[in-house]
Each structure stands twice: as C-alpha cells, then as structure tokens.
Design a binder for this molecule. Structure first.
Ligand code: PLP
Length: 400
C-alpha cells in the first residue's frame, strides 16, 4: 500500500484528480475497484480489534470498502468538508440524514421547492413516525425563522431548487440554524461542489444525488452527505445498522467522474447561459427560470454563492395555465431531435421533461400549485453537445 498523500492545499482541479487515491501492492495507476462483500483478517485477535474499532481497516462493505472510501475522501475534499458518507442513492442520503437526527415529535422546516421524492418522504413516510414538516417559501428567509419552534431539529432545502431554480440565501439560513442550534441541510445536487460549496456558508451538511451531475453520464445511482466529522459519524452509524450502502462499482465510477466534474460543469453551465438567453428572447416563451439571467429575482445572490449558474433551465410557454398548455408543452417535447425525453438531468446528453406530468406527477395538484409547477412548464438540462445545435433544435421545436 502506498503512503497516503495529502492534497488539501491544492486547487479544486488538482484535488479532483489526486485526492483520495488508494493503491494496492500491485501499484495500479488507475485506481482499482474492490467488488467484495467482506475482508479477511490475519488472526482472530485482528478481527476482534477491527470490530472493536481499536485498529483501522476494512471489515464489511456495508460500512467499509476501499472503492467507497476513495470516493468519500475525494468528494469531502471537493466540498471543503471534514468527512463524507456515500450512499446507494440520493434518496438514501436524505433518508439516512433524517433517521440520524430526528425522532418522533421532532419537526423539520423546509420548502415546497423540493425534489418530488423528498417531498413524499417528508409528507408520506416521516409523518408516519410522528415527524412533522412545515413548509415556507425558499427565498423568504424571515418565514424560515418564524416557523422554528423548540421541536425543530432540521432545516432542509435545495438551492438552486429543481425545477424552478429559486435561490436560497445560504448565509442567512445558516445563521438562523446556528442561532437556534438546528442542523441545516442543503441538497447541492444542481450545482455540485464544482459550482457551490454550502459548507463555506456555514451550512452543516451538504448532500447529493451523485446520480445526476457527479456521474454526468447517466450510468449509476449514488448519493453522499458531507460535513463535520461529528455529524457524518452519526450518519455512518445509521448506515451500519440500516444499510443503504453504495456499491463498490458505483463508487469507482463516481470517483472517476469527479476527475472531469469541473470541466463538465463549466462547459454545461456556459452553454446553458447561451440557451437561456435564446429562450428569453423567443416570442413563444413567457418566462425563463435560470439564475444566470439578469431577469432572475435572485441573480445577485446566485452570483455571490455560485461560481456559475448551473445547467438546468426551466421555461414556461405562453398561457401556461390554459387548458391546452399541457398539449402545447408535450408537442414541443415531441418535436425535439437532440434532447432526450427523460426525467433525469445532469447528463452530458441534454434532456427535456414536463415536470407536472413526470417528476412531480405523484404530488397533489395543490402541492404542485404551491411549488409553482404548471402545465406549461418545461425543464431542460444542458449537456455537452454543440450549443448551436441545441439552440437550433429548440428553435425548430418551438416554431412547429
Ligand atoms: C434526483 C434527485 C434526488 C434523488 O436522487 P436519487 O439518486 O435518484 O435517489 C434528490 N435530490 C435532487 C435535487 C434530485 O435531483
């Protein structure tokens, strides 16, 4: 085994390539994948010391595996975090966080501008165990403070939100959480650490669906939570018992993905800026939701918190609440040639979807309305194709 080098004084790009590497005695240059459920011990006493925690080392892949640890170390470094835990999916990262810090009678303060399955987790599952969620407007920091009671144990949000790209003020939210001794959690899925580091704004935990931009090629599912050692170790205990672990193969894929994360995010975000400007000037479009446009209500805040606006754009066609809005939006989606019709985003292939009838179809009409998702809304995620090809593709779809 090689001596562990530290790269924390280097810049993001260097850490993304060099941090977290672990080599076997074969000295492979490209890091190996360790597809094994368990690990051997030299003796009964070594087994006992490992299980007791007296000796560092791997035991069983539900809670220790070299491929998974490589991914965790690298992502922790990119998030400027002390520690990280990888999980099977983004949803299991959220679930483990909730299981670790909440008990019956506790409350969450959150916002309706959440990923659809997260809303369902809070409303349909945590509620069964006596955990209540209060919802406030993502962007109105005062409302967050007003909903906090002695029972509040978690503040939970996404910024930018999906699909409407609203921006929360991370610094103000973290101040509220510190003042009230509540754990603040940000789902950093849309930006990834290449564009935003919530922990730099004193947020306690930054979590991810690695399935999206971190993978970037739509191959595997994965999730992660990053933050202070003290908090992550509690989530690690929950993982050891509850079990939604990342597979070593997925960890290896995602570890490699981090090497290209920054150049992908920069390129995809720059293309998205051009496409958002094109959409904003198009006569068939009523409104574009993209934090890189000066017309975005939190344009300045986004510039302060994010290195770039990101690669997800939502837009409303004219008359988005009319009876024919869904048919018109579906027509546009059916007319594009390059964009993939899929609920996923964060791929190097550009994608297009109708949130009201796909990603947000399982929530009630009222919840959709509260989240601002109408039938005229289309969400696109910009990939690595040529930006002019993408603009021309959207142009012909809108003209037809
Ligand atoms: C996809 C997504 C999730 C859930 O991630 P999975 O890996 O699909 O479980 C959570 N939050 C956001 C913002 C997402 O887009």
């Amino acid at each position: 085994m090689t001596k562990k080098k530290k790269f924390n004084k280097f810049s993001f790009e260097t850490r993304a390539i060099r941090e977290g590497s672990f080599r076997s005695s074969a000295m492979e240059h490209s890091e190996a994948v360790y597809p094994t459920s368990s690990f051997l011990f030299n003796s009964a006493s070594q087994a006992a010391s490992r299980f007791k925690g007296d000796e560092d080392g791997v035991i069983y892949s539900r809670f220790s595996n070299p491929s998974i640890e490589m991914f965790e170390k690298r992502l922790a470094s990119l998030e400027n975090a002390e520690d990280c835990i990888a999980t099977a999916t983004g949803m299991s990262a959220i679930l483990l966080t909730c299981l670790s810090f909440l008990k019956s009678g506790d409350e969450i303060v959150s916002t309706p501008s959440l990923f659809g399955a997260t809303l369902q987790l809070f409303n349909n599952y945590l509620s069964k165990f006596g955990i209540k969620t209060h919802y406030v407007s993502l962007t109105k920091t005062k409302e967050w403070e007003e909903k906090i009671t002695a029972k509040t144990k978690l503040i939970y949000l996404e910024t930018p939100s999906n699909p409407l790209n609203e921006i929360a003020d991370l610094f103000k939210i973290s101040e509220i959480s510190k003042k009230n001794k509540i754990i603040s959690v940000v789902d950093n899925c849309l930006c990834t650490p290449a564009l935003q580091n919530p922990l730099d704004f004193s947020i306690d935990l930054s979590l991810h669906s690695a399935t999206k931009f971190i993978d970037g090629q739509g191959r595997v599912l994965g999730g992660a939570v990053t933050g202070k050692k003290k908090l992550i170790s509690q989530i690690k205990s929950t993982m050891r018992t509850c079990g939604p672990a990342m597979s070593p193969f997925n960890a290896w894929v995602l570890f490699k993905s981090l090497e290209t994360l920054k150049i992908r995010m920069d390129a995809q975000s720059e293309s998205a800026e051009k496409i958002a400007t094109f959409l904003q000037n198009h006569n068939k479009i009523q409104k574009v939701f993209f934090p890189g446009l000066k017309s975005h209500p939190q344009y300045k805040l986004a510039k302060k918190q994010q290195k770039k606006p990101g690669a997800v754009i939502s837009f409303e066609i004219k008359n988005p609440e009319s009876l024919s809005a869904k048919k018109n939006a579906w027509n546009i989606i059916n007319q594009v040639n390059i964009f993939s019709i899929t609920g996923n985003f964060g791929d190097c292939r550009s994608t297009i979807t109708h949130p009201a009838s796909t990603t947000h179809c399982r929530i009630t009409n009222l919840e959709r309305k509260k989240a601002g998702i109408n039938n005229g809304l289309i969400r696109i995620s910009i990939g690595l194709e040529n930006v002019n090809d993408l603009i021309n593709d959207l142009d012909q779809a809108l003209e037809n």
